[in-house]
Design a protein around this ligand. Structure first.
Ligand code: CA
Length: 734
């Protein structure tokens, strides 16, 4: 019935357009689809029947006409799922694709949606709209692919929902290689770019336009009214690498990275809103190259620094090759509001190589407001080439820019659009305009596919009492987010418990009431989708097999594309010594922790290490975990290192790893002859390390090696008894 109505409606639309020959064809298998495509002409509509289409490499080639495109759509938008080894290529002109969902699979080629058949056969004047790509990830984390590649000219990608790319490679890119793809005038608008987890490597951009090779060529792409929600893949949310692009009216929500003018000139960046809400490494706009206009952007609550700051104006490299940093020149930055942000970096990245300071640029009528009056502007080199005019700061004591700022106390008021403005007629022309509109998230993506975080039910609590396989069975059945509350007693676990959902396991009556032993080489294994919180448990390795490489918790031994989290609170871990190499937590290569947090816990008699995130040893700038913290905990008689964290290479595209260790005791740590780190804590390439107020007793030293960036290492107020002083050095130093 519904379908008939659909047909009638379409027929009417076609009739209204004056067509006499257009047809609509419902297809229900791949052969019917291929036949329909071969026959399709201007105005025709090919409808994929509802259901799951597995292993479907869609080639949609043909030529429609202006106002009479060839359309490929779904019987019901959202109910046509393309899964398995699948992808879509468009080639020809005046093609429209809508209503598809790519889920539960990945592309066997390098692209999920490509606006070309092959080199030299692009699509022009074509459109992909109301389409979903959700976690369509190659299972190998570091196997590269792209979800959307735009080729050709005059194409549009709009109202799509793109979420959860977990493997290597830009989510979406505009390509300029080949004359037929240049000066392309593409439109990318009203898309919902949903959460992209931290990749822990370069190649995690959400949108890239161009490449360094074609960066002196114009793309003329317009990117407007898109949402970038928690796009955390890497330093660059958007990497602009071509000329003449426009970024307008976009909303960046809690995204860890920046809109980066990486290569290419003459971009317009205006009317964008960046809301960081204090989330670590949230950033704004990074300016490189020449001829840009950066106007009327609102940046609020962004915490990032250095290349990830709220606002960065970079230094360039004199006579820079295409792939390095061109000097900032002739850039207009005006009427931006930078409110409650932590850092503005001027002449950022200044070093021996990047010595060309910004020139012929203007920073005008911008508002820099921090309630506490702290200075957030850092000047790294000569900024005489930037004219500062008519800006306002809020009574900052030591403002490093001496002229071009008023600096009296500013009163702020929130307007009806949700944004904050300075009060007073004399400040009315400073910062963003009163009519700046914050993009409505519901105006992006599609209404029929839920945006993440929109509905959160209260997690159920499941009570577990001791008994054969009681914990294993409960964990297996528990739905995502559940809390398993363990009644007092001893639990002997016969099988490794796989955690592929968020789960909390806690002692219902607190520490000292629940004891866990396990008979396999691991008690818990974190797999894709997993997050584990342990609370109040006593865990012993005494019943484990005499096997090298045991651990209480391990990641999947295979590649993971979802990031996991691990939280251990108020636990006692002991007797990991039935074998000479028994670790608390063991990770595999190609896995990544968003967070590992240990609080109020005690670890004793462990032959191996506690947290070893050291499996990415290729020195490609990759690493195994972002944020690691240990607070109020005690480690005694640990053979390996408490932490072994490794991030090798000189790439600058990521933020982590970050580490905090405080108010803890390390007693007899690191003395196992098999401890290759020769340390109690070994950090290589860690970007932020804060080690303070700890006691080190009879332990191997802390060893810190700096590799790249401006790493911050703070080792303060620790007591070292029978323990050598920390050894901190640069890589390559003797
Ligand atoms: Ca990058």
């Amino acid at each position: 019935m519904w379908h008939r109505r659909f047909l009638v409606a379409s027929a009417l639309a076609i009739f209204a357009a004056g067509s006499i020959s257009a047809t609509e064809t419902l297809v229900s298998n791949q052969e019917e689809f291929r036949d329909a495509v071969a026959r399709a002409g201007p105005g025709d509509v090919i409808v994929l029947a509802n259901g799951v289409w597995r292993d479907f490499e869609i080639l949609f080639a043909g030529n429609g006409e202006p106002e009479r495109p060839i359309t490929l759509t779904a019987e019901t938008k959202g109910q046509v799922v393309i899964s398995g080894q699948s992808n879509l290529r468009l080639a020809g002109s005046h093609l429209v694709v809508s209503g598809l969902v790519f889920r539960d699979g990945y592309t066997p080629t390098s692209t999920v949606i490509s606006f070309r058949r092959t080199k030299g056969e692009p699509a022009n004047y074509s459109r992909v709209t109301e389409t979903v790509i959700d976690r369509f990830n190659n299972p190998e984390r570091h196997e590269i692919d792209f979800w959307v590649l735009m080729f050709g000219r005059h194409n549009r990608f709009d109202h799509n929902h793109v979420e959860g790319k977990g493997n290597l490679g830009v989510t979406m890119a505009v390509r300029l290689d080949g004359e037929e793809n240049q000066r392309n005038h593409h439109h990318i608008d009203h898309n919902y770019f949903g959460p992209r987890p931290i990749l822990g490597s370069n190649g995690g951009e959400t949108l890239r336009i161009g490449t360094s090779h074609y960066s002196m060529t114009d793309s003329l792409t317009v990117v407007e009214n898109n949402v970038f929600d928690r796009c955390d893949g890497e330093l660059e949310i958007i990497s602009n690498k071509s000329g003449g692009n426009v970024f307008r009216g976009n909303l960046f929500l809690e995204s860890r990275g920046t809109l980066t003018m990486r290569h290419g000139n003459n971009a317009v960046i205006e009317d964008n809103v960046f809301l960081g809400n204090g989330v670590p490494n949230t950033g704004g706009i990074r300016v490189i190259n020449k001829g840009h206009v950066v106007r009327n952007n609102y940046l609020h609550g962004l915490t990032g620094y250095r290349f990830g700051a709220a606002f960065t104006v970079m230094n360039g490299v004199p006579d820079s090759p295409l792939n390095r940093y061109h000097q900032v020149e002739d850039v207009l930055m005006e009427n931006n509001s930078i409110i409650q942000c932590d850092y503005i970096e001027m002449a950022g990245g200044s070093d021996e190589e990047r010595s060309a300071t910004p020139i012929d640029s203007v920073f005008r009528s911008n508002l820099v407001f921090n309630r506490d009056g702290n200075n957030v502007i850092r000047v790294h080199d000569d900024i005489g080439g930037i004219a500062f005019e008519g800006n306002a700061a809020n009574a900052v004591d030591d403002l490093p820019v001496k002229s071009g700022f008023s600096n009296a106390p500013i009163e702020m008021r929130q307007a009806d659009n949700g944004l904050w403005y300075p009060v007073g007629a004399d400040l009315a022309s400073i910062g963003v305009r009163a009519d700046l509109k914050v993009l409505d998230v519901d105006a992006t993506g599609v209404a029929w596919y839920p945006k993440p975080g929109s509905s959160q039910a209260t997690p159920p609590t499941i009570r577990v009492t001791p008994g054969e396989d009681a914990l294993f069975d409960a964990a297996k059945r528990a739905e995502a987010g559940s809390i398993l509350e363990l009644a007092p007693g001893d639990y002997r676990v016969r099988k490794t418990i796989v955690i592929d959902r968020p789960l909390t396991i806690r002692a219902g009556q607190g520490r000292g009431t629940v004891r866990l032993e396990f008979e396999r080489p691991a008690l818990f294994e974190l797999d894709d989708g997993g997050r584990l919180e342990l609370s109040g448990l006593e865990i012993s390795g005494a019943a484990s097999p005499d096997m090298s490489g045991n651990s209480v918790i391990r990641t999947s031994r295979y590649s993971m594309t979802s990031n996991y989290g691990l939280v251990v609170d108020d636990c006692l871990v002991s007797d990991l010594d039935v074998n000479y190499l028994f670790n608390f937590f063991l990770v595999a290569k190609n896995t990544f922790a968003d967070e590992i947090r240990i609080t109020r816990s005690e670890f004793s008699d462990i032959t191996g290490s506690v947290i070893a995130l050291s499996r990415e040893t290729d020195d490609l700038g990759r690493y195994n975990g972002e944020e690691i913290s240990v607070v109020d905990s005690r480690f005694s008689n640990i053979g390996g290192a408490v932490f072994d964290i490794y991030r090798g290479g000189t790439d600058e595209s990521t933020f982590g790893p970050r580490l905090e260790l405080r108010s803890s005791v390390l007693d007899s740590v690191g003395h196992n002859a098999r401890n290759k780190t020769a340390a109690s804590i070994r950090l290589l390439g860690v970007q932020l390390a804060d080690i303070h107020d700890n006691d080190f007793i009879d332990s191997r030293p802390i060893r810190v090696t700096h590799t790249v960036g401006d790493p911050i290492t703070r080792i303060a107020n620790n007591r070292f008894t029978g323990t050598p002083e920390p050894i901190v050095g640069e890589i390559g130093a003797p």
